[in-house]
Design a protein around this ligand. Structure first.
Ligand SMILES: O=P(O)(O)OC[C@H]1O[C@H](O[C@H]2O[C@H](CO)[C@@H](O)[C@H](O)[C@H]2O)[C@H](O)[C@@H](O)[C@@H]1O
Length: 293
C-alpha cells in the first residue's frame, strides 16, 4: 500500500501548493543543505518525551530555511519519504529510503529511483516469502518500504538479533539482495540500491549550489560526507561542510570526519538557524568557521 500525506489522495492543507503558485523547480542556489532526520534534526527513535517541542521547532526551522531564496533544504533519510514528511510537517524535497525514493514538496506520492524500479517485483516476492514462511520472529518487525525491506530489531540485544536475522539474511541473499545493517534495523536491498551519497549528488545536479552542507549522525550518513568531499574535489561545488550530530549511538567515524560537530538535534537546528540568519544578512561566514560545539 502506498503512503499518502493525509489519507488517500488528500495532502494536509499546509502541504498543498498555494493557488497560482509559480512552481519553478530548482533555481540555482548559493547553499544546499542535505540533512538526515533521525538523530540529526530530531532525536532518534523511540521518540523522547519532549518530541512535540522538537517537532514544533523543526517545523518552524524548515519554514525559515525554505523561505530563503538562496538556500535549499533536502531531507535525506532512511525513512519512507512520506513518513519523513509527516514528521517534518513541511513541504520539503525528501530523498527517502536512503535515496531509493524521492518526494517533491507538494507531491502526494514518492517516486522510486530508476535503479530501484526493475527490482520492485523481487522485493515484493521476498516480502511475501517472509510472510508465508513466518520467518520474522515476534520481537522483530518487517517494514515493507517497497524499494527495500527493513527488519526492525531495536528492542533486541545485538547478539540475539543476529541469530534471529540469519534466516532472513540467507533468504535475502539467495534472492540476490544485499544485507545492510543500521542502528536497530537491518535492510534487505536489491543490488545497486541508491545510498544517501547518490541522493546528495542528484540534488547537487539539480540545484547547482556553490556550497553544500551535509548533516548526519549515523553510519549510512557517511555516504553523504563522502559524496560532499568528492563533489568539492571534482569542482562541482566550491565547498563542502560535513556536520555530525553527537548523540546516543552516533557513528564514531561520522564524528571523526566531520568539520562541525554539534551536541544533539537541538544544537543542530540552532546551527542551521544561525546559518539562515547569516545568509539573510549577506554572510555565509558561518561556514568558514571550523566548529566543534
Ligand atoms: O536515516 P534516518 O533519518 O536516520 O532514519 C533511520 C531509520 O529511522 C527509523 O528507524 C528508527 O526508528 C525505528 C522505530 O520507529 C527503530 O526500530 C529503528 O531502530 C530506528 O533506527 C525508520 O523506521 C527507519 O525506516 C529509518 O531507516
Amino acid at each position: 500500500m502506498r503512503h499518502t500525506a493525509a489519507g488517500p489522495g488528500r495532502p494536509a492543507d499546509r502541504l498543498r501548493a498555494p493557488d497560482r503558485a509559480v512552481l519553478a523547480p530548482f533555481p540555482a542556489v548559493d547553499t544546499l543543505i542535505c540533512a538526515d532526520l533521525d538523530g540529526t534534526l530530531v532525536p532518534p527513535s523511540p521518540p523522547t518525551p519532549d518530541m512535540a517541542r522538537h517537532t514544533a521547532d523543526l517545523r518552524e526551522l524548515c519554514g525559515r530555511l525554505t523561505a530563503h531564496p538562496r538556500l535549499a533544504l533536502v531531507c535525506v533519510t532512511g525513512r519512507r519519504a512520506l513518513n519523513a514528511r509527516e514528521i517534518l510537517d513541511s513541504p520539503l524535497w525528501v530523498a527517502g529510503v536512503h535515496g531509493a525514493e524521492s518526494l517533491a514538496p507538494y507531491a502526494q506520492e514518492a517516486l522510486p529511483h530508476p535503479r530501484s524500479v526493475p527490482h520492485l517485483p523481487a522485493v515484493r516476492r521476498v516480502a511475501r516469502l517472509i510472510r508465508e514462511l513466518a520467518l520474522c520472529p515476534p520481537e522483530m518487525h518487517i517494514e515493507d518500504k517497497e524499494v527495500v525491506l527493513a527488519v526492525h530489531h531495536a528492542r533486541l540485544p545485538a547478539d540475539r538479533a543476529a541469530s534471529r536475522l540469519s534466516r532472513l539474511a540467507r533468504l535475502g541473499r539467495a534472492s540476490g539482495m544485499e544485507v545492510v545493517a543500521g542502528r536497530g534495523w537491518t535492510e534487505l536491498r536489491p543490488p545497486g540500491s541508491p545510498h544517501k551519497g547518490d541522493a546528495v549528488a542528484e540534488m547537487v545536479r539539480r540545484w547547482r549550489p556553490r556550497r553544500l552542507v551535509v548533516a548526519g549522525d549515523d553510519h549510512g550518513d557517511l555516504a553523504m560526507f563522502e559524496a560532499a568531499d568528492r563533489l568539492a574535489e571534482e569542482g562541482s561545488i566550491e565547498r563542502a561542510v560535513c556536520v555530525a550530530v553527537r548523540g546516543p549511538g552516533a557513528d564514531p567515524e561520522c564524528l571523526r570526519r566531520a568539520r562541525v560537530v554539534l551536541e544533539g538535534p537541538d544544537a543542530c537546528r540552532s546551527w542551521f538557524r544561525g546559518l539562515a540568519h547569516s545568509l539573510a544578512t549577506g554572510g555565509g561566514a558561518r561556514l568558514d568557521v571550523p566548529a566543534r560545539h
